[in-house]
Structures are given as C-alpha cells and as structure tokens.
Design a protein. Structure first.
Length: 193
C-alpha cells in the first residue's frame, strides 16, 4: 500500500512538473520595446514646493558634477575654461572666493563623483528679508568607485523673476554654495523630499 501511495504521489508530482514546464508563452504578450514605442508623454503635475525641490536638487547636482569635472583637468585648457564658465552661470554673482570652499573640499578628499540626496528646501526670515536655503546630503566617491563618505551640506539660492516673460518664469541662482545656514526660527517653512 505504501508503494502504491508513493507511486501515485510521484505520478501526480511528475504531472504537475510537466504541465508547469510546458506552459506556453501568451501569444499576445507585448515586448518592452513595443510598450516603449506605444507610450505617450504624460505630464506630471507638481505643486510649487515640489518643483522648487526638484529644481534645487538638479542644480546642486549639476554644480557638483561640473566642479568635479573641472577639478579633474589641469584648469588651463579651453575646455576647463568653458566648464568654469558654465559653473559661474549657476551663481548670481561669482568671484574666486565663491568656489574656494567647494573646490578645496573636493580636491582635499580627491572626489571623482558626487551623488546628491535628501534635499530639504526652506525659507528663513532675517529682518525683513526672506532667505531661501537648501540642506542636502552629498555622497563623495573617489577612484575606482570607492566611497569616501556622506556629508550634510547647504546652499543659499534665489529665484529671480523674468520681468519680460508673461508666464511668470523664474531664473534660479545660487548665492552661496556650501554656506552656513542660519538657525531656523518659528517663521521658517520646510519642504522635504
């Protein structure tokens, strides 16, 4: 009796395995290429706080990527001059002191790549002025993709209205990069990503 039960069990198990292995692919399955070809652009709606967060994150990443690229050259070629000029365009006013702290830190740690994350955009009121700041984490990566460390940094930025534009566009500029952020007061507003 035990042998018959074992044979019956093995037969059922073998039948299930054969059925599972012979399951045919659906004839109307769509490949990833077909899905990509047939997708339409979908606009994503963001509120202004989300938009500012996304823009600030991208601008911070751009400045850091360009800075590491600039520092990897010998700083005397035409391409290095073009990269430096591109970095300057992210700042409302720039001079040699503007990048001094950033360049010094990247060079001393021998940073090759930077990954920005966890951005927190907030406003601080000082006297009658509203100041815009961003705190963010930077992960430094060195030669051979070796992690150097993760640090919290900050920057002050401004949004300048384009007076000629009818659709209320703004131009984004950094005022200070890797700046000291004043303590938050009770009127500051935080937006986290």
């Amino acid at each position: 009796m035990k042998t018959i039960n074992n044979i019956l069990f093995l037969t059922i198990l073998l039948g299930i395995i054969v059925i599972a292995c012979n399951k045919k692919e659906e004839t109307n399955s769509v490949s990833d290429l077909e899905k990509l070809r047939n997708t339409e652009n979908i606009s994503v709606q963001m509120d202004s706080a989300q938009a500012i967060n996304a823009i600030t994150l991208q601008k911070v990443q751009d400045v850091l990527d360009l800075s590491t690229l600039y520092l990897s050259g010998n700083k005397k070629t035409e391409i290095d001059t073009a990269i430096y000029s591109k970095i300057e365009k992210y700042f409302q006013k720039s001079d040699t002191v503007t990048f001094q702290g950033l360049f010094k830190e990247l060079e001393s740690l021998k940073v090759k790549k930077v990954k920005v994350s966890n951005i927190n955009v907030f406003k601080t009121i000082k006297d009658k002025d509203t100041l815009d700041f961003a705190k963010f984490n930077v992960e430094y990566i060195g030669d051979k993709n070796k992690p150097i460390g993760s640090f919290e940094r900050s920057a002050q930025y401004t949004l300048v209205s384009k007076a000629k534009e009818k659709n209320k566009e703004f131009k984004f500029y950094f005022i200070k990069f890797y700046s000291d952020v004043p303590e938050k007061d009770s009127t500051s507003v935080g937006v986290t990503r």
